[in-house]
Design a binder for this molecule. Structure first.
Ligand SMILES: [Zn+2]
Length: 425
C-alpha cells in the first residue's frame, strides 16, 4: 500500500500506464496475426479443434477411439454410422482406425449441424471423402495424392571407435532409413566383425514432397558397404508381378530366409565353437550357438518366417523357443525372461515377429540371447552358414533388373559427384 501510494503521487505512474498500454497493443497485434494464421491452417491443426470460417473439426485418432465412437461424438446417428462404416470397408478398404496415425475431418454447413462431409485421412498420401447425397445415402471417394519423389544420396565413413549407427547419423541419414539399411545389411554382414575404421558406405533413398514441401521419407533404394569380406551392395527392384525385393548387383535375392543376428546392433559375447569352457559348468563343451548381449526384456524377433515347433523350459536353455523355417533350417532362442503372448507351439511367425524377451533363465551368467541355427539336424555357425535367398529373379526379371541397375548406377555416380544433388523421379 505504501508503495502504491508513492507511485500514485509521482509522475512515474503516468509513464507506467503508457508503458503498459504499449505492451498490450503489441500483444494484441501478435494475437491477431497468430489467430489469422491458425484460421488458415485449421485443417492441419493437431487434436480436436474447430474452425470459425470453414466449420471444420479435425480429430486425431488416439488409443481407444473407434469409428462409431468418434462419429457419434460428432452428432451422427446409428444408421449413418453403420452406413459410413460399410462404405469405408467396401469402397476404401478401411476396416478400422489406427491410433496416432489416422485423422478425421468433419465439415459442417452451419454451426451445430450434422457433418455434411467427413474425410478420413490415413496418412499424407490419401484422403477418403464421405458425403451424404440428397437421399441420405453415404458415398465414398478415395483420393490418392500425387507425390513428388526425389532420390537422395548420402555417403559416410566409419571412424575409429565408431558404430555404423553413429557414422550413419553423421552422414545425415534419417534414423528410420538407417534402421532399414541396418536390417538389409544384416543379411550379408556381421556388424560385430565386418566393421572397421576407414570403411565407406553409401545409401540412396526416397524423399517424398508435396507442393515443394518435404513430407516424409520413402524406401531405401540402394545400399552399399565396403565390408571386410568385400563390397556388399543391394538394390530395391520391383518385379513384373509388382512384388518388391532387394537384389545384389548380379540379381541374386539379397533378403535371406534367416538373419544371422536376430537382434539389431547386439554385441556378440560368445561365438560358435565346437570346444569352449562353459562359463557355468566349468568344463569344456561345445558352444552350439552365438550369444548376443541383450538386457533383460529386449524383444527377440524371429530370424525368419516359420512355425514354432517348441516352446518350453529346460535346465540348459531356460525358457526357449524353436522355429522350423523350411525342410532344412531350424532356429532356437534361449534364456528368455518371457515368451511373447501369442506365440505358442504351432504358431506361424513372420520374419521379425517378436517371439519373446531376453533374460537369463537356465544355465546363464547374465541376460543375453543364445541363438542357434540347425541345418539338416546339425548345429551350424550362424555367422558363416550360407543362407538361402527368399526370392530370386527369373530370366526375364533378371534382364530387366540388370538394365535398371545400370541406370541407377549412372544416377548414383552423378549424385556422388555433386553433394546435395538429387534426382527427380
Ligand atoms: Zn550361448
Amino acid at each position: 500500500m505504501e508503495k502504491a501510494k508513492n507511485i500514485l503521487t509521482s509522475g512515474k505512474f503516468v509513464r507506467a500506464i503508457l508503458w503498459l498500454a504499449g505492451v498490450l497493443a503489441i500483444v494484441a497485434v501478435c494475437m491477431v496475426l497468430f489467430l489469422g494464421r491458425r484460421g488458415g491452417d485449421n485443417v492441419d491443426a493437431g487434436g480436436a479443434s474447430s474452425g470459425s470460417r470453414e466449420n471444420i473439426v479435425v480429430v486425431n485418432v488416439t488409443a481407444g477411439d473407434t469409428l462409431s465412437k468418434l462419429l457419434s461424438e460428432q452428432g451422427l446417428g446409428h444408421n449413418d454410422i453403420n452406413a459410413i462404416a460399410n462404405v469405408l470397408k467396401t469402397d476404401a478398404g478401411i476396416n478400422g482406425l489406427r491410433a496416432d496415425r489416422d485423422k478425421i475431418e468433419f465439415l459442417r454447413d452451419a454451426d451445430g449441424a450434422v457433418p455434411s462431409k467427413i474425410t478420413v485421412v490415413p496418412g499424407p498420401w490419401r484422403r477418403v471423402e464421405l458425403t451424404c447425397d440428397a437421399g441420405g445415402k453415404w458415398q465414398c471417394n478415395a483420393i490418392d495424392i500425387e507425390r513428388d519423389t526425389r532420390l537422395v544420396y548420402r555417403q559416410g565413413e566409419i571412424l575409429d571407435g565408431d558404430s555404423f549407427y553413429l557414422a550413419g547419423m553423421r552422414a545425415d541419414i534419417p534414423a528410420g532409413i538407417l534402421a532399414e539399411v541396418y536390417d538389409l545389411l544384416a543379411f550379408e554382414m556381421d556388424f560385430e566383425r565386418d566393421v572397421r575404421a576407414g570403411q565407406k558406405f553409401s545409401v540412396v533413398y526416397e524423399e517424398n514432397y508435396r507442393d515443394g514441401e518435404k513430407i516424409d521419407n520413402g524406401s531405401v533404394i540402394v545400399v552399399s558397404f565396403d565390408a571386410l569380406r568385400g563390397n556388399v551392395k543391394m538394390y530395391r527392384f520391383r518385379k513384373s508381378d509388382k512384388t518388391v525385393g532387394y537384389y545384389d548387383p548380379n540379381g541374386n535375392g539379397a533378403i535371406k530366409s534367416l538373419k544371422r543376428t536376430p537382434i539389431n546392433n547386439a554385441k556378440i559375447t560368445s561365438s560358435f565353437t565346437t570346444r569352449r569352457k562353459h562359463p557355468v559348468l566349468g568344463f569344456t563343451r561345445a558352444h552350439k550357438g552365438v550369444d548376443f548381449r541383450a538386457p533383460t526384456g529386449t524383444p527377440i524377433p524371429a530370424a525368419g518366417a516359420g512355425r514354432v515347433i517348441a516352446r518350453g523350459f529346460n535346465r540348459g536353455h531356460g525358457n526357449f523357443v524353436k522355429i522350423r523355417h523350411n525342410g532344412s533350417f531350424e532356429t532356437l532362442y534361449a534364456h528368455m525372461s518371457k515368451f511373447a503372448k501369442n506365440v505358442k507351439v504351432g504358431t506361424v511367425v513372420k520374419q521379425g515377429q517378436i517371439i519373446g524377451y531376453s533374460g537369463s533363465t537356465g544355465l546363464s551368467t547374465g541376460p543375453h540371447l543364445h541363438y542357434e541355427i540347425i541345418k539338416d539336424g546339425k548345429h551350424v555357425n550362424p555367422m558363416t552358414v550360407k543362407l538361402p535367398a527368399i526370392n530370386n529373379l527369373d530370366a526375364a526379371n533378371k534382364e530387366k533388373f540388370l538394365e535398371y541397375r545400370k541406370t541407377l548406377d549412372a544416377a548414383i555416380e552423378q549424385m556422388a559427384d555433386k553433394s546435395g544433388s538429387f534426382i527427380q523421379m
